[in-house]
Design a protein around this ligand. Sequence first.
Ligand code: GDP
Length: 295
Amino acid sequence: MFDSLSDRLNAAFKRFKGHGRLDAKNIKDGLREVRLALLEADVHFSVVKDFIERIKDRAQGQEVLESLTPGQQVVKIVHEEMIELLGGTTSGLDLGTKPPLVIMMAGLQGSGKTTTSAKLALYLRRQKRKPFLVPADVYRPAAIDQLHKLANELGVPAFASTADMNPVDICSQAIEEAKKQACDVVLLDTAGRLHIDELLMQELQAIKETCKPQEILFVADSMTGQDAVNVAARFNELLDVTGVVLTKMEGDARGGAALSIKSVTGKPIKFVGMGEKLSDLEVFHPDRVASRILG
Ligand code: GDP
């Protein structure tokens, strides 16, 4: 994960380190390389611009001028700003709300919604919760089977949706059923399409309206880089999502989506998918990820 970004940034940092003093030129040269590394990692252009501006301002300020190791001080600033870019603090799920906690999963087809719903069910059960899975994608009947299979594998109850039902009815009836079964978290696995389309959005808005989920998690395939960010922005405009799950992060995702989504949408990354297995889900910790990127 982020290997090439990490290598590029560390090469850039060599320009800062080892100087007794840093002058404007050293800072400018080093930051130019940081900028290129981020653009190459497919980070959103305006995000890179603001990021570099903030570092430049701070690098020319007192904290660096008065430091005995100015180069390291700049690297420390980059590290701090990187944590901010990734969302600042860890923001998991609010499990303290009055049960049932309703979590609506949304995203394009193939982004990993169904897999992530099952992964979350496993994660929640490990947190001593009683999850209830709800297949609500009636357009791709295989999606209903897929979630039932995963639910079986986990031994987690799932709603008996059928492809002839209306998705809004599925979700509202499922919440009642979850209450009857004393489940305290309901995971709504909604439909996705290959592209954002009006009908899908209307359906998702109707589910939101009726079920009043406390969490709407946008699921994005990190391998799609800037596209993931643009789609996240659109879903957020229409649904006001509460957080993002970035999937397929174990591969050679360059980092663009992870580093841009919070700035562009204002919404935090809450979890990352790190593989196809149901246990391959991690809570997203901005500080740990920044450390991983910066080595
Ligand atoms: P949906 O259409 O959004 O419900 O997507 P699926 O859950 O069916 O996932 C699409 C494909 O992505 C499946 O082959 C999953 O196994 C795979 N997938 C989902 N999450 C991850 C992940 O974190 N890493 C990897 N490598 N594959 C994933």
